[in-house]
Design a protein around this ligand. Sequence first.
Ligand SMILES: Cc1cc2nc3c(=O)[nH]c(=O)nc-3n(C[C@H](O)[C@H](O)[C@H](O)COP(=O)(O)O)c2cc1C
Length: 252
Amino acid sequence: MNETIRTLRSLRTIHGDFTKRRISGADLQTVLDCAVRAANASGRQSYSIVTVSDRDKMRHLCGYAGDRLLVFCVDFTRIIDLARHLGHEFTVPDIAGFVTGSTDTILAAQTACIAARSLGIDSLFTNGIHRGSIERVFSALELPDRHCFPLVALVLGYAGQEPPHQKGRLTGPGIVHRETYRRLTTKEREALVAQYDDPACHLALNEDWAKEGVRHYLDWFYTRWSRHRDTRPLWQALQKAGFVPGGESGAK
Ligand SMILES: Cc1cc2nc3c(=O)[nH]c(=O)nc-3n(C[C@H](O)[C@H](O)[C@H](O)COP(=O)(O)O)c2cc1C
């Protein structure tokens, strides 16, 4: 096994237990330099990465704190500004731009996570930035109102404690489809329900699910965890940013 595969196989999340140990400036720069090496549509790098080093601000933004927070935003502001600088028009991005921009952004974010792990730096991806008012994120980071949207945050730091085990993953039917897509058979569905129930597979988000009076882990997942959440604020933020119809029109 080579070093890269070893790093990828060692990926795991630290759920908020980060020590006070500092990440060196050189290591952080390496992580950022690697992040932007990720593939990006039309060479546009339609993202911005905002780094945060104040722990209180991190908690305010996402509910977690480590040594650094990297907020990965889909962002066309720089691209629009450069077009205007040269006197060109740039079609203001809509939902198609958002999908492509999100792809660029996530590839950069995951590359940062892998680079960090290779340097012994631990991490936590969180969408805590989308819990509560998203306006606080725009305001705390002074993000442009239009054509910019904070997609995901990556907390970086050093783990206080190693997790007891790695979380499992499904790898078989229903995940990888050979040549054409195929829905699960009843037998395969039963096998997957059993895999989620099997403590040795480490697939459960809540390992104490059985104490909550349900038969299967997935009963807990569908009835307790996957509650309906009000997605209107997120939708409104995307409208305001101009990525979906209904907000103000035209670039500012
Ligand atoms: C978009 C996204 C948001 C996440 N948000 C949180 C979060 O708010 N809190 C948390 O503890 N973990 C969060 N996670 C981490 C997942 O819980 C974790 O990746 C998953 O349980 C698998 O565990 P592993 O990464 O250790 O293999 C998030 C992961 C992703 C990709």
